[in-house]
Design a protein around this ligand. Structure first.
Ligand code: BES
Ligand code: ZN
Length: 969
C-alpha cells in the first residue's frame, strides 16, 4: 500500500481559480516525527529533523465539477452524536487477515437543504443495506428522502449518498452503516500492534486517528470542526481489556456470532473532534493513582503497558509525574481537567512519539516507559516532556480545537512551548526551561533561515488533501510555533499571557477557533493590565512573526547606538527573496544588558533606528536578546564582539548561560551567512576549555558538527580532531574527577548530559583514556551478559564506541541483547549502536535487517537506515542501499512522510562534492516515475544544500584547517 503523499498532475489540486490555469506552490517541511532528543549519539548535532525545500509545481487543470471531488466537507450537515460499535479480531481469519467489523449510527442536523450526503470513509468495506451503502432515517418526525445512488469516492475518501429529495434545514436525521476493515500493521486508523511475551505472540488492536485516519475506522465527518458526542461500544475477546476516551460504564460477557466475547460500553464522550478518538483492545496491565483536581473531584489516572513492563515498574515514573502536571495545567489554564479519567498507554508499534487522544493518550514505549535501572537521564526527560506535551493538549487542542489544519502551528507550537512549563513543575531541579533554546529555537533557526522556509500560518484554502494536512506537522509548526509563543508570553509577562489564555479556553470550550481568537483574548488581558505597554496590538505585533517566513538578524553598533534589522538567510548567494507582506521587518522586543546589568526592554519597530543608551564606552560590552526570549539573531560591531570574546576568555560566568550558547550559535551562523568572518566564529570556541555547562557545550558541538561532517572524509580532519581534543580533554578530566574515576554520577541534570558529551567527544577525537574505558566496560558486559556494568546514561556512547572499535563478536553480542531486550529504551540504544560498526559487511547486513519487519519493527526502519548513514563508513553504503531499494521503501515505508524526508536528509548530510551532486541529480531523474511525495521535496533540498556545501568547503576549508592547526599547537 503506497502511503507516501503524492503530487501528480492528474490529481485534483482543489481550490484553484475557476476554469483557469493555475500555479500552485506547495511548501513542505519535514515533519517532527519522533522528536526524541539525540543525546548520547556519536554525532550530537545530528538531530534527524531538517527541512525540505519549497517546490513550485505548475499544473494546468480545471476545477473539479462535483462536490465529491473536493476534499473538504460541504457545510450543509453537522453531526450531533455517533453510536459506534467495533469488534476487532485478534486472530487471523480464514483468509489469513486480521479484521474488524463495526456499525455506526450518526445523528446529524441538516443546516442547509441538500440532496447529497458526503461522509468520510476510507478503506472500509461497507455492507450493502437494500443495495445501498447506508440507511437513512429521520428523527423527531423528519421524513427522510430515499437514497438514489451511493458509492465510495476513493480519491477524496468519501462515501457519497445521493438522495431522491432534499433533507430539510433544521431537521435531524440518522445515517446507519455497517462495515468491515482490515486490522493491518500500517499504524493508521484502527490497526494492530504485535509483540511476544513469554514466547507467546500477542496482538493489540489500537488506533491513530490524527489527522485523517478516523475515517479508516468508521464512516464519519472527519474534520476537526465537526465536533460531536460519541457513544462507543467495543466487543473483544474474553480476558482482554477494552479502553476508549471515556470511563467504561459496563463490561459484560456475551456471545456474538457464536463467539464468546466481552462487551464494554463507555460513557458518552464530551463534544469532541474525530481525530481525538481512541479504541484499544489488549491484555495489558496498568498502574493506577488518583488525583484531586481543583474542584476537589477525584480523577482516576492510569498508565497501561505490556504486563511485563508494568510488573517491572516501567510505568511508575509516568504515573508519578502525571498528577502534578495535571494540577499544574489546571492552575495555569485556570480551568479544571475536562474529563473524568486520564489513561495513558505505551504501544509496541506506534508511528509518532505520542498522540493526545482525549482521555486515552497513546505513546511509543520509549516516550512513556522508564526503568530506573536501565534507562538514562535522557530517557527520563523524554518521558517527562512528552507527557507534559500531551497533557497540555487536553485543554489546548482538545477542549478548544482549531477549526482547520492550516492553524496546526498554534496547537502544536503551543503544546511544544508549555511542555517546558509542565515538565519544569514536575522536575524543578532540572532547569529544563533553558533547553528550549537548543531543542526548538536553534533547531528551527536552521530551517527558518532557508529561502525555502514558509510562514507559520497558511490560508485555509491551501490545505486540503490528507498529504497537505500531514505536511503541516513540521519543524516550523512545532518549534517556531513554540519560540514565538514563548516570546509573546515573555513580553506580555506570564500572568497576563495565562489570563488571556484562560479567557480564550472558557469562551470556546467544546468548540473551535482560529488563531486570531487567541490574540483577541490576549489583547483583552493586556487592556486590563495598565502596567503592560506595547507598541501596538498583540494582533499587529504577532502578524509579522506569523505571516512572514524567517526571522531577523538584529545588528547593534555600540559606537553610535544604531540598531538595524534584516531578514537572516543562511545562504544569501543562492537565493532570491520571496515577497513578504511586511517587507521582512518585524516588531522586535529587545531585552538587553549593559555593564552586566539588565536594562529596560526596547522595541525595535523600524528597519533602522538609533537607541542612544546602546552606546558603550571603554571595555564595556553590550549583550542583546537576554535569555534568547526573542526569536532573532544578534550581530554587533566588531569592537563589541571583541569585548564579548574577551569576557568569555577571562570570566565566562558573567555572561548568562543561555547567552553563552547564543553567542556561539549566532557567530557560527552569521559566518555561514558571510555576515561575520569565520575566524570570529571559531574564536568563540576558544574559551570552551573552561566551560563546564551543558547548554553552551551542546550549542558548540552542534555547530562544530557541521565542520565534522564536511571534513571527516578529507585531509583536514586530523587538524580539526586535534583542536577538539585539546578543548574537550579538560571537560573529560573534570568529569573523571567529580565522578571519582567514573564510579559516580554527576548530581546536576545538565551535568549528566554534559558528561555524556564529554565522553562521546573525547572518544571521537581520540582521547586514549576514553577509548580504553569504553572498551573495557563493554568487554566486562560481554563476559557476563546478565550484569551490565555500564551506567544507563553512558550506554549509548559506550555501546557505539565499543562496536565501532570491535568486530563481529561485539556486533553479534549487541544484536542478541537487542533481541532479548524487554525495555524499549535499551532496545533503542542497541539499535542505534549497531550502526556504529566500521565493518562494511556488518553494515550491509544491518541495512538488510532494517527492511525486514521480523528483525526491525516498521516504526524503526527508516531511523535505522538513517543511523547507518550517520556513520562515516556507513554513509555510502546507506546511499547505495536507498538507491537500490527506493521504490520498495517508498511503497512500504513512505507513509508518515516525515521519516522519509529525514531519511534523505540523513543520507545526504555529508554530501559536498561535485560527484555526489551528480549522483543526487541522477537519482532524482531515475526515480521520477516511482513517485515523489516528501522524498522528492527532501531531494530537492538535498541538491540545494549539497551545492551550498560544495561552495562552503571551497571557500572555507583551507582557512579553517590552518586555524585549527595553529590553535592545536
Ligand atoms: N499530535 C501529535 C502527534 C502526531 C504527530 C499525530 C504527527 C499525527 C501526526 C502529538 O501531540 C505530538 O506532537 N507528538 C510528538 C511528541 C511531542 C513531545 C512533541 C511526536 O509524536 O513526536
Ligand atoms: Zn502535540
Amino acid at each position: 500500500m503506497a502511503k507516501g503523499f503524492y503530487v501528480s498532475k492528474s490529481l485534483g489540486l482543489v481550490g484553484l481559480v475557476t476554469g483557469a490555469a493555475a500555479l500552485v506552490t506547495i511548501v513542505a517541511l519535514s515533519v517532527v516525527y519522533d522528536r526524541e532528543k539525540t543525546r548520547n549519539t556519536k554525532s550530537p548535532a545530528d538531530d534527524g529533523v531538517t527541512a525540505t525545500m519549497a517546490v513550485s509545481i505548475s499544473t494546468t487543470q480545471s476545477v473539479p465539477k462535483d462536490p465529491w471531488d473536493h476534499y473538504r466537507l460541504p457545510d450543509a450537515l453537522s453531526p450531533v452524536s455517533y453510536n459506534i460499535t467495533l469488534w476487532p479480531r485478534l486472530q487471523v481469519n480464514q483468509d489469513g487477515l486480521y479484521i474488524f467489523t463495526g456499525q455506526s449510527a450518526v445523528v446529524f442536523e441538516c443546516k442547509k437543504p441538500t440532496d447529497l450526503i458526503l461522509i468520510h470513509s476510507n478503506k472500509l468495506n461497507l455492507t450493502l443495506i437494500n443495495g445501498r451503502h447506508a440507511r437513512l432515517t429521520g428523527l423527531g418526525g423528519a421524513t427522510p428522502p430515499t437514497i438514489k445512488d451511493s458509492w465510495l469516492q476513493v480519491e477524496t475518501e468519501f462515501l457519497v449518498i445521493q438522495l431522491n429529495g432534499k433533507l430539510s434545514a433544521g431537521k435531524i436525521y440518522m445515517l446507519f452503516t455497517e462495515f468491515k476493515g482490515e486490522l493491518a500493521d500500517d499504524l493508521e486508523g484502527f490497526y494492530r500492534s504485535e509483540y511476544t511475551e513469554d514466547g507467546v505472540l500477542k496482538v493489540v488492536a489500537t488506533s491513530q486517528m490524527q489527522p485523517t485516519y478516523a475515517r479508516k475506522a468508521f464512516p464519519c465527518f472527519d474534520e476537526p470542526a465537526m465536533k460531536a458526542v460519541f457513544h462507543i461500544t467495543l466487543f473483544h475477546d474474553r480476558g482482554t481489556v477494552a479502553l476508549s476516551n471515556g470511563r467504561d460504564l459496563e463490561t459484560i460477557n456475551t456471545t456474538k456470532d457464536g463467539f464468546e466475547v466481552t462487551m464494554t460500553r463507555f460513557e458518552p464522550t464530551e463534544r469532541m473532534s474525530t481525530y481525538l478518538l481512541a479504541f484499544i483492545v489488549s491484555d495489558f496491565d496498568h498502574v493506577t493513582g488518583s488525583v484531586e483536581n481543583i474542584d476537589s473531584n477525584c480523577l482516576q489516572v492510569r498508565i497501561w503497558a505490556r504486563r511485563k513492563a508494568v510488573s517491572e515498574g516501567q510505568g511508575d515514573y509516568a504515573l508519578n509525574v502525571t498528577g502534578p502536571m495535571l494540577r499544574f495545567y489546571e492552575k495555569y489554564y485556570n480551568t479544571s481537567y475536562p474529563l473524568s479519567k486520564s489513561d495513558q498507554i505505551a504501544l509496541p508499534d506506534f508511528n509518532a512519539g505520542a498522540m493526545e487522544n482525549w482521555g486515552l493518550i497513546t505513546y511509543r514505549e520509549t516516550a512513556l516507559l522508564f526503568d530506573s535501572e536501565i534507562s538514562s537521564v535522557g530517557n527520563k526527560e523524554r518521558v517527562t516532556t512528552v507527557v507534559a506535551h500531551e497533557l497540555a493538549h487536553m485543554w489546548f487542542g482538545n477542549l478548544v480545537t482549531l477549526r482547520w489544519w492550516n492553524d496546526l502551528w498554534l496547537n502544536e507550537g503551543f503544546a511544544s512551548y508549555v511542555e517546558y512549563l509542565g515538565a519544569d513543575y514536575a522536575e524543578p531541579t532540572w532547569n529544563i526551561k533553558e533547553q528550549i533554546i537548543l531543542y526548538d529555537v536553534h533547531k528551527v533557526f536552521a530551517v527558518d533561515a532557508l529561502a525555502s522556509s514558509h510562514p507559520l500560518s497558511r490560508k485555509e484554502e491551501e490545505v486540503n488533501r490528507p498529504a497537505e494536512i500531514s505536511e503541516m506537522f513540521n519543524t516550523i509548526s512545532y518549534s517556531k510555533g513554540a519560540a514565538v509563543l514563548r516570546m509573546l508570553s515573555e513580553f506580555l509577562t506570564e500572568p497576563v499571557f495565562a489570563r488571556g489564555l484562560s479567557s480564550y479556553l472558557n469562551k470556546f470550550a467544546f468548540n473551535n477557533t482560529v488563531y486570531t481568537d487567541l490574540w483577541d483574548h490576549l489583547q483583552k488581558a493586556v487592556i486590563s493590565t495598565p502596567e503592560i505597554r506595547l507598541p501596538d496590538t498583540v494582533h499587529n505585533i504577532m502578524n509579522r512573526w506569523v505571516l512572514q517566513m524567517g526571522f531577523p538578524v538584529v545588528t547593534i553598533d555600540t559606537t553610535n547606538g544604531k540598531i538595524t534589522q534584516k531578514h537572516f538567510l543562511l545562504d544569501p548567494d543562492s537565493v532570491v527573496e520571496r515577497p513578504s507582506p511586511y517587507n521582512y521587518t518585524w516588531f522586535v522586543p529587545i531585552k538587553w544588558m549593559k555593564g552586566g546589568v539588565e536594562q529596560e526592554q526596547h522595541w525595535l519597530l523600524q528597519r533602522a533606528e538609533h537607541h542612544l543608551p546602546m552606546r558603550t564606552s571603554g571595555s564595556e560590552w553590550l549583550l542583546v536578546n537576554l535569555k534568547m526570549s526573542g526569536y532573532y539573531r544578534v550581530n554587533y560591531n566588531l569592537e563589541n564582539w571583541e569585548r564579548l570574546l574577551n569576557q568569555l576568555n577571562t570570566d565566562h560566568l558573567v555572561i548568562p548561560v543561555i547567552n553563552r550558547a547564543q553567542i556561539l550559535d549566532d557567530a557560527f551562523n552569521l559566518a555561514r551567512a558571510k555576515i561575520v568572518n569565520t575566524t570570529l566564529a571559531l574564536r568563540t570556541t576558544r574559551y570552551l576549555y573552561q566551560e563546564r555547562d551543558y547548554i553552551p557545550w551542546e550549542s558548540a558541538i552542534r555547530n562544530l558538527n557541521y565542520y565534522i561532517l564536511m571534513f571527516d572524509r578529507g585531509p583536514g580532519y586530523g587538524a580539526l580532531q586535534a583542536y577538539l581534543k585539546k578543548q574537550i580533554t579538560p571537560l573529560f578530566e573534570h568529569f573523571r574527577t567529580i565522578t571519582a574515576n567514573w564510579t559516580k554520577v554527576p548530581v546536576g541534570h545538565n551535568d549528566q548530559y554534559n558528561q555524556i558529551n564529554a565522553i562521546s567527544f573525547a572518544c571521537m577525537t581520540g582521547v586514549e583514556a576514553c577509548r580504553v574505558l569504553t572498551r573495557s566496560w563493554f568487554r566486562e558486559w560481554m563476559r557476563n551478559p546478565h550484569r551490565n556494568p555500564i551506567h544507563p546514561n553512558l550506554k549509548s556512547t559506550v555501546y557505539c564506541n565499543a562496536i565501532a572499535a570491535g568486530g563481529v563478536e561485539e556486533w553479534d553480542f549487541a544484536w542478541m541483547m537487542l533481541k532479548n531486550a524487554t525495555v524499549a529504551t535499551e532496545a533503542a540504544k542497541l539499535r542505534g549502536a549497531l550502526a556504529c560498526t566500521k565493518a562494511p559487511w556488518l553494515l550491509n547486513r544491518y541495512l538488510e535487517y532494517s527492511l525486514d519487519p521480523a528483525q526491525i519493527r516498521k516504526q524503526d526502519a527508516t531511523a535505522t537506515i538513517s543511523n547507518v548513514a550517520s556513520n562515516v563508513v556507513g554513509m555510502p553504503l546507506a546511499w547505495a542501499f536507498v538507491r537500490a531499494r527506493w521504490s520498495y521503501i517508498f511503497s512500504e515505508y513512505g507513509g508518515g512522510s516525515f521519516s522519509f524526508s529525514n531519511l534523505i536528509n540523513a543520507v545526504t548530510r555529508r554530501f559536498s562534492t561535485e560527484f555526489e551532486l551528480k549522483q543526487l541529480k541522477q537519482f532524482k531523474e531515475d526515480n521520477a516515475h516511482v513517485g515523489s511525495g516528501s522524498g522528492t521535496l527532501a531531494l530537492e533540498q538535498a541538491i540545494e544544500k549539497t551545492s551550498a556545501n560544495i561552495r562552503w568547503v571551497a571557500e572555507n576549508q583551507q582557512h579553517i584547517i590552518n586555524w585549527f592547526t595553529s590553535e592545536s599547537r
